[in-house]
Design a protein around this ligand. Structure first.
Ligand SMILES: NC(=O)c1ccc[n+]([C@@H]2O[C@H](COP(=O)([O-])OP(=O)(O)OC[C@H]3O[C@@H](n4cnc5c(N)ncnc54)[C@H](O)[C@@H]3O)[C@@H](O)[C@H]2O)c1
Length: 259
């Protein structure tokens, strides 16, 4: 499926990123892994910190030309400070992606790991527009204070994933002349080292979700979907949000619309 391709995977040291790396390699890709933590599970590894633009610029400089894919999987849960959540899950991800575009091959694919947590983006469009105006030169601390993102309940995380889904839609055709696609994947709860952080922050809401689901996902459920989004089989998907959540988003929609 990915023979001869070189694909960059962020968040490669753990969870969904590590499994995606394994799956892509089994399917023929050469994987360049990126993470703040060292790992030897990829063909090549670069240590980089998504909260630090200098680290990301150095990474982009070091990466080769002609990359066939970028899987933006690194992320932090809502237990991290709001500023870190926005920087890793949104601002750093966008900084890296934008800087890497010139190094992507024509017909490359970009897959962003969003979340079921981004489901409610349509109910907070103006706040999301403000979040999408942030970059590393912005007053992110001030934005978090103004939007009360440091309060318990995980709004920083929800906002980061809502904005990522919106940004993915906005980029449906940005690089159409070069055949480059961007899509996102939205899992519900996944058994990785940060699942406990979600349950801790989201409390009852998460417990309710877990009751109606037969089980949380495992990285094995999600990695093949990321691989598909990066494959030539997904070329007509553009700006799409693939809800790989065991039926949770459909369940919520049916509840909302009395279906
Ligand atoms: N686990 C879930 O329930 C779940 C559900 C929906 C979406 N997601 C999303 O899936 C993605 C992967 O999460 P996971 O569950 O595999 O978690 P994980 O903690 O197992 O993996 C996240 C990886 O991102 C890396 N990372 C974190 N901050 C970084 C930084 N500043 N710079 C570079 N790398 C950094 C970590 O070192 C880690 O290797 C995240 O974007 C997360 O928001 C997770």
């Amino acid at each position: 499926m990915h023979d001869g391709k070189t694909i960059v995977v962020t968040g490669v040291a753990s969870g969904i990123g590590a499994k995606t790396c394994e799956v892509l390699r089994l399917q023929g890709a050469t994987v360049i892994g990126v993470d703040r933590n060292e790992t030897d599970n990829a063909d090549q590894f670069f240590k980089a910190d998504l909260t630090d633009p200098a680290s990301l610029d150095a990474l982009v400089e070091a990466l080769p030309n002609g990359l066939d894919g970028l899987a933006n999987i690194a992320g932090v849960p809502p237990t991290a400070p709001a500023e870190t959540v926005l920087k890793v899950n949104l601002i750093g991800l966008r900084h890296l992606t934008d800087a890497l575009i010139p190094k992507l091959a024509d017909n490359a694919s970009i897959a962003n790991l969003a979340s079921l947590a981004g489901f409610g983006w349509a109910g907070a469009v103006e706040q999301n527009k403000d979040a999408l105006a942030l970059d590393f030169d912005s007053d992110v601390t001030g934005f978090c204070a103004e939007n009360e993102l440091n309060t318990p309940g995980g709004r920083s995380y929800f906002l980061s994933k809502e904005a990522l889904i919106i940004w993915t839609m906005q980029n449906r055709w940005t690089w159409r002349d070069r055949g480059i696609t961007m899509n996102c994947i939205s899992p519900g709860p996944v058994e990785t080292p940060i699942l406990g952080d979600f349950l801790e922050t989201l409390g009852e809401r998460a417990e309710e979700d877990m009751k109606v689901m037969d089980r949380p996902a495992t990285p094995n459920d999600i990695a093949p979907v990321v691989s598909f989004a990066l494959s030539s089989n997904a070329k007509w998907l553009r700006g799409a949000n693939l809800t790989s959540d065991g039926g949770m988003s459909s369940h919520i929609l049916c509840g909302m619309h009395d279906l």
